[in-house]
Every structure is written in structure tokens, then in C-alpha cells.
Design a protein around this ligand. Structure first.
Ligand SMILES: Cc1cc2nc3c(=O)[nH]c(=O)nc-3n(C[C@H](O)[C@H](O)[C@H](O)COP(=O)(O)OP(=O)(O)OC[C@H]3O[C@@H](n4cnc5c(N)ncnc54)[C@H](O)[C@@H]3O)c2cc1C
Length: 346
């Protein structure tokens, strides 16, 4: 029986499994609903644009849609999420940018001890292996590779110049003194390949004998004895299986699935559980409530000049030279994220 069962082998679950199992005396079982995430679509940074699409063969993506949104005239919004070891870090834009200092400090001020920016900064530095080296804001010795972006396409320079002409300050480091301004991002990319949690934390952990990793294993319920979590039931190969736990169950199944599992297990708002005939183990009103998300609005411009990148399948086929360059040398724009530059303003 493992000490810990972790539900969800994504960005957070993969890191927690890796850190816990550094101690050989601690046993860990990691349950992941998706597969191994071994796919060129995942490892090739530029394939991000294909990975987040809503096509039927895309088994690496939960491909969620929202309920109709009143404020959007009843429209549903498409919501991609990673379904694989590494979770959404296997399909995200790889931009390495932390929350703003004020976000953490606000959480702390609301009574969450240990969450101020100064509290969390040492952990960010511990995680990072940044090409910028060790400094007040960065770490150089952690498992998570962070590299500089290549923003050599003319369109990027034009964007930065245009922003400067409008008075926006330039920002050389979005994880430094301030997040304000316009600049080139850093990325969780190493040598032209995605450096997600699978590559940086989970793969190196797989050699440890104190970790058991189950893929295609979808947890459906935490089993309680009174108020204590004693096991997790999961579905794998069409069968319901169960893993008992010695110490703790850690729920790290992402923004949508974590509250779902809690509620299926009887933890959540009583009215919602009653509505679905689920026996209440612990009434907690906040579970599944108060989601804050940021919309991603894409504006795509056509140009005959090769000053940007192609985000459609035809464009990708036209870029065969770039593809070959990537296969041989991990170069071309496919070796980096497509979201190169950006900015923020209060
Ligand atoms: C399209 C996209 C682009 C993004 N771009 C960026 C970016 O550029 N930079 C950045 O910092 N952040 C980005 N993000 C956000 C970032 O990737 C997420 O915030 C982060 O990965 C969330 O981590 P998590 O551990 O909460 O969830 P995930 O990493 O999503 O992990 C949850 C895991 O739980 C598994 N799971 C779910 N249900 C079950 C179950 N019942 N049983 C077992 N396993 C289950 C899932 O399959 C998944 O592997 C992006 C996200 C998306 C979707």
C-alpha cells in the first residue's frame, strides 16, 4: 500500500510525485487518466498549434467546452486541457511567466500563510534551470529548463517597436522586478524540444522503485472511512480497480477535474451533491465554484511575405523546409513556442 496516491500526473501532480519520491523510503502511486504523452506533437514546440485543436483524433486533449455563457450571448467556449503524463504542460504555450507579485501577496493577505511572493520565490528558483543563470529572481540548478525565445521574425520586432512608439516600456525579464511592459518571453524549451513536467520531472523519476505510475487510469472516486481518505477507485482497461493508501490522497487533476473528483467523492456544496444523489462526506461550499479564467482571443492576419509563422495545416505543409530543418537540427520556428512576445499593463 503506497504512502501517497496522487490523482492526475499533470504539471502539479508530476512535480509532487517527483519531489515526494526523492526520499526512497516514501512510496507513491501516480494515477493518470491520459496516456504516456510520448508524441512528436508534444515534444515539438511548434506543434502546439495543432495539439490544442478540437479534432476527433486528438486523444492528448480533454477538448472541453463550457456551458453556454450568458454574457457571451449563450455561446460555448472551447477549452483545451492536456490529457497525458505531464498534463497541460504537455500542450501549453511554454511561456515561462509566473504569477504577478501582487497576486501572491493578495493570497497571503487573505490569510493563506506561506503564499506571499517572498515565500514562493525560493521554490520558483529551486525549480528553475534558467539559461540566465542564478540570480535574485532565477535559479540555475533545478530540473525545469528555461531558455530564451528567438524572436527574429520581422513581425515580432515590428510589434515591439510599435508598442514602444505608443509609450509602453520594454521589459527584459517578466519574472524580474515587474511584469509591466512589452518584451520577448522565456520558454520551458530545451534544445528545440518542449521541456514540460513529463520530460523534466516524470521521466527522470521513472527509474525509482518507490514510484508506481499508472496511465490510462481514470480516478472516479476517493473512498472515505469517516472523514479519512483510505483509497482511490479508478477505471483502467474497462475495469474498476482500487488502490489503498497509507497516508494521503493528493488531488491534482486540473482546474476542472479536481473539483469533479472531490464532488463525486462526496466533498463539495451540499445542494449540488444532493442534486446528483451523492452522499455528503464533507460539505465545502467553495468546491467547483468561483472559476477565474482568461479568454484567449486570436487575431490571425494573412500575408504573402514570410515575416511570421503559419498557424494552419496548409501553411505547415508549405513549410516543409522548416519541418526538415527541425527534424535534422531541431531548428526553425518549430523548435520554439509560437507565442514569442507579449506584454502586460495594469
Ligand atoms: C492551451 C494552453 C496553453 C497554455 N499556455 C501556458 C503558457 O504558455 N505558460 C504557462 O505558464 N501556462 C500555460 N497554460 C497553463 C498551464 O499549462 C496550466 O496552468 C497547468 O498545466 C495546470 O496544471 P495542473 O497540474 O493544475 O493541471 P494539468 O497539468 O492539466 O494536469 C491535470 C492532469 O490530471 C489528469 N486527470 C484529470 N482527471 C483525472 C482523473 N479523473 N484521474 C486521473 N487523472 C486525471 C489530466 O489528464 C492531466 O494530466 C496553458 C494551458 C493551456 C490549456
Amino acid at each position: 500500500m503506497p504512502d501517497y496516491v496522487i490523482i492526475g500526473g499533470g504539471s502539479s501532480g508530476g512535480v509532487i510525485a517527483s519531489r515526494l519520491s526523492e526520499d526512497p523510503k516514501t512510496t507513491v502511486c501516480l494515477l493518470e487518466a491520459g496516456g504516456s504523452g510520448n508524441s512528436p506533437l508534444v515534444s515539438t514546440p511548434g506543434a502546439f498549434a495543432a495539439l490544442i485543436q478540437d479534432f476527433a483524433i486528438n486523444t492528448l486533449n480533454w477538448r472541453y467546452n463550457t456551458e453556454p455563457v450568458t454574457a457571451l450571448n449563450g455561446r460555448r467556449l472551447y477549452n483545451p486541457r492536456g490529457k497525458m503524463l505531464g498534463g497541460s504542460s504537455g500542450m501549453n504555450g511554454m511561456v515561462y511567466i509566473r504569477g504577478d507579485r501582487s497576486d501572491f501577496d493578495n493570497w497571503h493577505d487573505l490569510g493563506n500563510q506561506g503564499w506571499s511572493y517572498n515565500d514562493v520565490l525560493p521554490y520558483f528558483r529551486k525549480a528553475e534551470r534558467n539559461v540566465r543563470g542564478d540570480s535574485q529572481y532565477h535559479g540555475a540548478f533545478g530540473p525545469l529548463h528555461v531558455s530564451n525565445g528567438d524572436a527574429s521574425f520581422k513581425a515580432y520586432g515590428a510589434f515591439i517597436e510599435a508598442a514602444a512608439s505608443l509609450g509602453h516600456p520594454q521589459n527584459e525579464d517578466f519574472n524580474g522586478d515587474t511584469q509591466e511592459g512589452i518584451g520577448v518571453y522565456q520558454f520551458t524549451v530545451k534544445d528545440g524540444r518542449r521541456a514540460g513536467v513529463k520530460r523534466c520531472y516524470i521521466d527522470p523519476m521513472l527509474v525509482r522503485s518507490n514510484v508506481r505510475v499508472e496511465v490510462n487510469a481514470r480516478a472516479q472516486r476517493i473512498v472515505f472511512d469517516g472523514n479519512r481518505a483510505v483509497a482511490v477507485e479508478f477505471v483502467q482497461d474497462g475495469e474498476v480497480r482500487r488502490v489503498d493508501v497509507q497516508k494521503e490522497v493528493i488531488v491534482s487533476s486540473g482546474t476542472f477535474n479536481s473539483p469533479q473528483i472531490l464532488m463525486l467523492s462526496g466533498v463539495g456544496p451540499r445542494a449540488e451533491l444532493d442534486r446528483h444523489g451523492i452522499e455528503v462526506v464533507q460539505e465545502i461550499n467553495g468546491v467547483g465554484q468561483n472559476l477565474h479564467d482568461h479568454p484567449d482571443v486570436m487575431m490571425i492576419f494573412e500575408t504573402r511575405k514570410r515575416i511570421g509563422i503559419a498557424l494552419n495545416p496548409l501553411g505547415l505543409i508549405k513549410s516543409t523546409k522548416d519541418l526538415l530543418h527541425y527534424i535534422v537540427r531541431k531548428g526553425s520556428w518549430l523548435g520554439g513556442s509560437v507565442a514569442k512576445i507579449g506584454g502586460s499593463q495594469r
